[in-house]
Ligand binder design. Structure first.
Ligand code: ATP
Length: 336
């Protein structure tokens, strides 16, 4: 049976880049089926809810979703719909590839780094946040567990193995954060010992940032805790040309959601000029996840070839193509 994907067209530029993405997928002839569901502002306006139960039920049932950016209106009960989705489906692995593309203004070429960020623990979760009555002292609890550390490091090694990657770098600050980062590093070493076929190294987070800027080619797969991963994955996106080319996957045991990292870009919404590549790259991650790796490679190659040919690139890439013209140029190459 052909896989069925939950599709969330999203807000702002979301519907435009999703239509472009579905056009390219159609041209690939993969026979995928879609169930369209709503979330964000679009859902709120139609159904009075930002994250309707039907949407959650559909993602739970299908296990795979392709999602455009969403608007979370201020003061509507969620600080972020994306965070709510991660919590609901325990999407513990945030996987962010950063790949060099031709004809971008990136500082480097030949970069191919995947950051695997732990998504459910650590400082970023905001547990135990408090501000003293006089407003002078703020506190926060940071919790790291063996279970959380083990599953994310194992995910990174399994990803490295299945994608024929050579090295996993564990990024930490165990020299100072001896309990939390220390536990993460200890567990990482234990897991690494079970993967003798993959090189393993450890790097302190501040040095990692410097090394990424100076010699990014030394990195292959990076695995780290939530807050460090948040920062490092954006740093990596910056190395290869910014958020317009940055996809992300949020993966759990029972569900996975694939997306573009950028937001709804209200400043250009409705004008048909948004770059669809980040969502298309999220789609390559999705195809890999549903055991369609050859199709994922085909799509990645078509994007690279289209950028190489400068065929209808959108304005953010220095061209003057529309979202759909760019998508059609990519679609014309998916069967090459
Ligand atoms: P949000 O509040 O949803 O995060 P934002 O505008 O704060 O929206 P982004 O949507 O990430 O943040 O946009 C940041 C900048 O990058 C904007 O100027 C936007 O136009 C541009 N941008 C983001 N995504 C794209 C895209 N796919 N194509 C072209 N430009 C984009």
């Amino acid at each position: 049976m052909n896989p069925t994907i939950a599709v969330i067209r999203g807000d702002g530029i979301g519907p435009e880049i999703m239509d472009a993405t579905l056009h390219v997928l159609e041209a690939m002839g993969l026979g995928l089926n879609y169930e369209f569901v709503e979330a964000g502002l679009a859902a709120y306006e139609k159904e009075g809810e930002l994250l309707p139960e039907k949407t959650l039920e559909t993602i739970a049932r299908l296990g795979v979703a392709l999602k455009s950016p969403l608007t979370t209106p201020v003061g509507e009960g969620f600080s972020s719909i994306n965070v709510a989705l991660r919590r609901r489906f325990d999407l513990y692995a945030n996987v962010r590839p950063a790949i060099s593309f031709p004809n971008t203004k990136a500082r480097y070429q030949g970069i191919d780094i995947i950051t695997v960020r732990e998504n459910t623990e650590g400082a970023y979760i905001g547990e135990g946040q408090a501000l003293s009555a006089d407003g002078e002292t703020a506190t926060l609890t940071q919790k790291i567990t063996r279970k959380g550390s083990e599953r994310i490091v194992r995910y990174a090694f399994e990803l490295a193995r299945s994608a024929a990657r050579k090295k996993v770098t564990v990024v930490h600050k165990a020299n100072i954060l001896k309990t939390t980062s220390g536990l993460f590093l200890r567990v990482a070493r234990e897991v690494a010992a079970q993967y003798p076929d993959i090189d393993f190294n450890e790097m302190i987070v501040d040095n990692t940032c410097m090394q990424l800027v100076m010699r990014p080619e030394q990195f292959d797969v990076i695995v780290t805790t939530n807050l460090f991963g948040d920062i490092i994955s954006d740093l990596c996106a910056g190395l290869v040309g910014g958020l317009g080319l940055a996809p992300g996957a949020n993966i759990g045991k029972d569900a996975a959601i694939f997306e573009a990292v950028h937001g709804t870009a209200p400043d250009i919404a409705g004008r048909g000029i948004a770059n669809p590549v980040a969502l298309l790259l999220g789609t390559t991650q999705m195809l890999g996840h549903i055991n369609m790796e050859p199709a994922a490679r085909r799509l990645r190659r078509a994007i690279i070839n289209t950028m190489e040919a400068r065929d209808h690139l959108t304005a953010d890439l220095g061209g003057s193509g529309s979202t759909m013209e760019f998508a059609r140029a990519i679609a014309a190459r998916v069967n090459d």
